[in-house]
Each structure stands twice: as C-alpha cells, then as structure tokens.
Design a protein around this ligand. Structure first.
Ligand SMILES: [Zn+2]
Ligand SMILES: [Zn+2]
Length: 404
C-alpha cells in the first residue's frame, strides 16, 4: 500500500483518553503544481497489497430495511496473496462491491453467517449480475447447516436456484450455464473454532452465534499471522469471547438502542427491548465484549449510522469500553498489517462498469443444444417496422465485427 505514515490521535474532548482513532495519512503539499499526498481516501484498484497485508472493506453495514446510504451486511476481505472473500452479501451491498471494479472471477467465494435477508439478500445480484458481467466459473458458497436440513445453507441455495429457474433458463440459451452454477459447502454451526476453509495460507474458522434461531455463526479469518474476526448477528456469546480474543481487528454487531428502535424503527417497547438486547447486542454489551477480548481495533456495525444513532450507540459503548473503536459505515476500509491498522473511506464511482479479468468467458451453448425459451407464438409478435428501423445499424455492426 502507498500510505507510509499513520496518524493516531487522541480525541480527548469527546472520547476518553484511550479511545484512539486511526486515520489515513495527510501531509504537506510541497508545490502549487504538484500532487497532494494521500489524504483519507482509498481509490479502488490503485494500490497493491503487501504480501502480509489484509484490506478489509465494509460494503454493507445497515439493516434489513433498505436505505440508500447504507446497504445490509457485507464485508470484503482482500489478502496479499490475491485471495478475496465476501463475508455476507446483504441486500443492496453489491452496488458497493461493484464500485470497487474487481473482476467478478475474483469474487467467487462467499461465506454466509446466516440466512436472514440482510446477510444474503444480494446473492441474486452477485449470482446473475456477475454471470452477465464476466464471471467465468460457478460461485462457491460456504454456510452453516441448520438444525434441520430445511434450515441450512444447502437447502437455501437449492431453493434459490429453483426460484430463479426462469432467470437461469432464459440466460442459459445465450450464456454459458457454468457461471450460473453455485457449489455449496455446509458446515456444522455448533462446531467451535472449527476450520471451514484452509487453502493458500488462509484459514477460516466458524463459531456458533446466539441469534434468532439455531444456525448463525461468526467467522475468524487468519492470514499472515493476522486475525480478523467477522461477527455475524449474535447476542454476545462465550465462543466469541474465547476465540476472538486478541484479534487484530474484531467486527461485532452493536444494535440500535431500544429507545431509537422505538423512536426511529417503529418498534413497540416490548419488541425493541427484545430485539435490541436479546436477539442482537446492545452498545453496552458490545463494549463489554471488546474490553474483554481487547482487539487492536474494534468495529461495531449493524445499525443505520447517522449523527443521533451514532452518538447514542457511542455513549453506550463508552460505558464499558475505552479502546480503539470504529462504528462502521459503508465504504469504510481498513488496511491491516502487523505494524499498523489504517482506516480510510473509499472514493469510488457511482457509475462503475465491470472490469474484465484474465479469463475468457466460456462459450455459450451450441445452437440447438438448449431449448429455445421463446415460443413461435411470442416470436410472431415481433413488430417488423422495428426490424426495418434498425436494419442498417445492425448490418453495419455485423460487417464491422464479421458476424453472420
Ligand atoms: Zn440476523
Ligand atoms: Zn442482521
């Protein structure tokens, strides 16, 4: 990475003395015609990663209800060895992922913490969008089994593909069906700190979570002697306390305060206290988790982050935790090495196109090998003046590209 300096300062007026905020480098502009030094932004695709470095990006930090400013849960881990892993693909998050302009072939590995829509609602976008925009191979999904087969990840993906049968069948006629496939690796949600992935110097482990039902997990990613914990939805649990200890960066949910759930989310007081303190993690409980496991940087997420909610959550967290803390918003990015953790915001285009990767897309199926999904009845409805109107343009294009 390009940053050479990290500024760690104490915002003593607002935060207690030990709360350190890590910021990107600034610096001096040396000449009126020269370039400015790195500020506080990461421009996707412009920085190499060091071999022993992790870049972690918050692509979704919000809630099940849609908000343009914040998608639902999604974290992308990019590793110095070239591996990339998506942890959850919550509703709306793929717009942020796409703005990173990473070829879709590099976004083929997805780890799901659980099957609430705010954690996998945008799988459809990754699946079909990536298929049409250059992915050349099947998606690979890892996720927990359920207490019964119909509550597990394999069931969900099987039914997902059945539900999108029309989508796949119509695409299969013009695109290779290969990138439209999804392979699933299920693992036991009760297994504690069990390895669910180990390849290429990367180990990913899972921990059970205490959430709305059996099945949810959290993940621990280990690479180059670094440990990043990606907490899914959970009430604070003993497995997280034991195995997330001493993480370099630990993500854990911290939910909206019960008064804000009533005031802003329209919940009854009964619902708010149950959701905010039993099914999810309150700010005070989040702080207790972090002051116990003592990560180099604690990251809280899973709330609509605006001034009032942020301040209310911060006040709660500070009652029980005084260490390094970030309350995440979408497009926050952390560069993690043994020496330092740098936090910046991503500056990316709203109108990003997909970027081609090194692999050529597989050929579409040979004509006649896949049933034509359009009947003669529908074909006969084609309005001929439209064909005539575009005929010259079509002819010119075909000539230019040597098409029949
Ligand atoms: Zn959930
Ligand atoms: Zn959630």
């Amino acid at each position: 990475m390009r940053l050479s300096v990290i500024t760690a300062f104490l915002a003593g007026a607002v935060l207690p003395i030990a709360a350190i905020i890590l910021m990107g480098a600034g610096g001096t502009v040396k000449s009126p015609t020269g370039t400015a030094p790195d500020r506080y932004a990461y421009y996707p695709g412009t920085e190499d990663l060091d071999k022993d470095e992790i870049r972690l990006i918050a692509c979704g930090t919000g809630l099940p209800a849609a908000r343009r400013d914040q998608a639902a849960t999604c974290f992308l881990a990019e590793l110095g060895n070239g591996d990339k892993f998506l942890f959850d693909v919550g509703t709306g998050s793929m717009a942020n992922v796409a703005a990173l302009m990473i070829p879709y072939d590099f976004l083929d590995k997805v780890f799901l913490t659980h099957l609430h829509t705010d954690h996998w609602g945008d799988l459809a976008t990754l699946w079909a969008g990536g298929w049409t925009a250059g992915r050349t191979k099947p998606l690979r999904v890892w996720g927990p089994k359920g207490a019964t087969p119909d509550m597990g990840t394999a069931y969900a993906i099987e039914k997902f593909l059945e539900a999108y049968n029309w989508d796949a069948t119509t695409r299969n006629f013009v695109l290779s069906p290969e990138p439209g496939k999804i392979s699933v690796t299920e693992f036991d949600y009760k297994a504690v700190n069990a390895v669910v992935y180990e390849e290429n110097g990367v180990t990913i482990r899972s921990l059970p979570a205490v959430h709305a039902g059996d099945g949810p997990v959290s993940f621990i990613l280990e690479y180059a002697g670094l440990k990043v914990v990606i907490g899914g939805d959970t009430f604070p649990n003993k497995w997280f306390i034991e195995h997330a200890a001493n993480a370099d960066l630990a993500i854990h949910e911290t939910f909206l305060t019960p008064p804000d759930l009533v005031r802003l989310y329209g919940q009854s007081p009964g619902q708010a206290i149950a959701v905010g303190t039993q099914i999810h993690t309150s700010p005070q409980a989040f702080g207790k988790v972090m002051s116990t496991i003592k990560p180099r940087l604690a990251v809280g997420y899973h709330f609509f982050n605006e001034q009032a909610t942020h301040d209310n959550i911060l006040r709660g967290v500070l009652q029980t935790y005084a260490g390094p803390l970030s309350l995440a918003v979408d497009n926050m990015v952390w560069n993690i090495t043994k020496e330092k953790i740098t936090e910046r915001m991503i500056v990316s285009p709203s109108q990003a196109w997909a970027v081609s990767g090194p692999n050529k897309p597989p050929k579409p199926p040979a004509r006649g090998s896949v049933p034509d999904p359009i009947s003669d009845f529908i074909k006969a409805g084609r309005w001929q003046p439209a064909e005539q109107a575009q005929a010259a343009m079509v002819e010119k294009f075909k000539k230019e590209y040597g098409l029949q």
